[in-house]
Design a protein around this ligand. Sequence first.
Ligand SMILES: O=C(O)CCC(=O)C(=O)O
Length: 291
Amino acid sequence: MTESRSRARTFSREALARYEQDGFFFPLDVLDSGEVAALRIQLEDFEERYQAHPAVGHGAFRTSCHLFLPFLDDLIRHPAILDAVSSILGRDLLVWGTSFFTKEPRSADYVAWHQDLHYWGLDARDEVTAWVALSQASVESGCMCFVPASHIKEAAHADRPTKGAMLSRGQELIEAVDDSQAVNAPLRPGQMSLHHGLTFHASMPNRSDDRRIGFAIRYVKPSMRQAGGERGVATLVQGEDRYQHFELAPRPQSVAAPEGIAVWQRAVGIQNQINFRDMKTPTDREGALRT
Ligand SMILES: O=C(O)CCC(=O)C(=O)O
């Protein structure tokens, strides 16, 4: 696939047609260099100051920390991101969750081939992930890759937790993926890709000297329901919620304030219950759902 560059504010009909056909689209320019630099500084300052925090330390903050970090709550509402996502899902948008996928310099961490929606217990398929690059996501640093048109069916997965596997259960597709079909999705800092929750995707280790930091935002239509568990928690970022299938999260007022932490613990607890529902021994290494 030839890369096409376009501004998210004008997510074109052609871009939408490509997304619908392939199950992904990239790159879209969403953050300017000042915005992306400021975000990285805030994130790394948070990581440094909170690494030993009893609730959010030890990497647990990697899942849905927009619920207690105002700068990430702002990011999930960024107009350029919402413009593109609402071209696909419509005006009313909830954020069901977010995940940081951070590969440290020269780390062996990788993401095996998988489909996101397989484990999330949602009752429909109206979901889009906006994956925002906060550092260079190149082939060298382990950018994502996608299999075009793989989003049309749900495929079987197995749990194969191995060293370096970044997904919470070590899950991966059972069927072999033909790598020659895969399309690399390199992104510069401030760009994003969009992918459907059934698109086969994966990523290789980071062979570069910088961190590869990706922030994945899971947008859903408010008509979606959390099946097979408690009512989930979600954030209304645009339009209205005429269904009330989810408890709506309040906006966090300050970094790691107790109210935000409490909402986050509830949200991640419910998602973990669903994600690990059929496991005898959960392999969640960091106490929080990754995907
Ligand atoms: O960041 C990666 O390499 C994988 C991301 C991913 O699996 C996702 O966003 O669903």
